[in-house]
Design a protein. Structure first.
Length: 289
């Protein structure tokens, strides 16, 4: 698969943006929520595995692959903007199978994490990099590949372990990097150490969009949200307000919002940065993940 198509559109949305002006990618869990945000003018959407799991009655990480891809396909079918999907650790599929399932569902991007769901531990970084390289080879440019790095989630609190994996995954062909649960105060250092957009996790009461500018010397923010609330609050968020909690009546959870911020990395001006996502927190309020 080599045709970039909508993936090129999604990839391009991450570049050439002003500091403090994130690309907002709402996290959506079904066709109805996808239509709300597409109709509100968001240029691309993202799916959260936890949100879809909750809407289908599963715990996070327990959704069968067939049901996850079916949910993604319903979302894609409902809108005419690019959709990127959280497909966890790949559901044990081969790279060719995973890329094929994403293409059948119509997704043009995906998150892949480096935790081993069977053991709860981190995968060997060389094995994960080889897996990501296989996904890149199978997809060509037709997939925006976001590599989630779980070092902070698994208790490795310093930047070195993240940076080592980030560089390996960058060489493997990732488009974005996601240090889930990285401390906010560490994000500028992480962003400066890598050459790709970076995911960030913000908790309730975290920094407003205006505070993301220091991560984004001279590059592009981006973000994501999910809610079935009326469009006006989300238009306010899109146009510059901070995160707005939003109730998901289907899942009994709160809304998710992703943010990607691009800045200056070691690869040159404008090539590094940060990317993150507001997701349901344990207390039911929005958190940036």
């Amino acid at each position: 698969m080599t045709s970039a198509g909508p993936a090129a559109t999604l990839r391009a949305l991450h570049h050439g943006r002003r500091p403090g002006d994130p690309l907002v990618l709402p996290n959506v869990w079904d066709a109805a929520s996808a239509r709300v945000f597409a109709d509100a003018g968001f240029p691309a959407l993202a799916t959260p595995s936890a949100g879809i799991a909750a809407s289908l009655g599963y715990a996070d990480g327990r959704t069968p692959a067939d049901e996850m891809f079916a949910a993604i396909a319903r979302i894609v079918r409902a809108v005419d903007v690019p959709v990127t999907a959280d497909v966890e650790a790949g559901y044990g599929l081969s790279a060719e199978e995973l890329v094929g399932r994403l293409a059948e569902a119509g997704a043009v991007g995906c998150n892949l994490e480096d935790s081993d769901h069977a053991t709860g531990a981190l995968r060997d970084p060389e094995e994960q990099a080889a897996w990501l390289a296989e996904v890149r080879a199978a997809a060509g440019d037709a997939l925006v590949l976001n590599a989630r790095i779980d070092t902070f989630l698994r208790g490795e609190r310093g930047p070195d372990a993240f940076v080592a994996r980030a560089r390996a995954y960058t060489e493997a062909g990732a488009d974005c990097l996601y240090p889930i649960l990285a401390p906010p105060e560490l994000l500028p250092e992480l962003a400066a150490a890598v050459s790709l957009p970076l995911n960030a996790l913000a908790k309730p009461g975290g920094p407003p969009r205006a505070n993301w500018a220091p991560w984004a010397r001279p590059g592009s923010p981006s973000a994501a949200a999910s809610s079935s609330r009326p469009r006006r609050p989300w238009r306010r968020w899109r146009d510059g307000c901070g995160p707005t909690p939003a109730t998901d009546p289907t899942a009994g959870r709160r809304a998710a919002v992703q943010v990607r911020v691009r800045g200056r990395g070691r690869g040159g001006a404008g090539r590094g940065g940060a990317h993150g996502a507001f997701a349901p927190g344990p207390d039911g309020t929005a958190a940036l993940r």
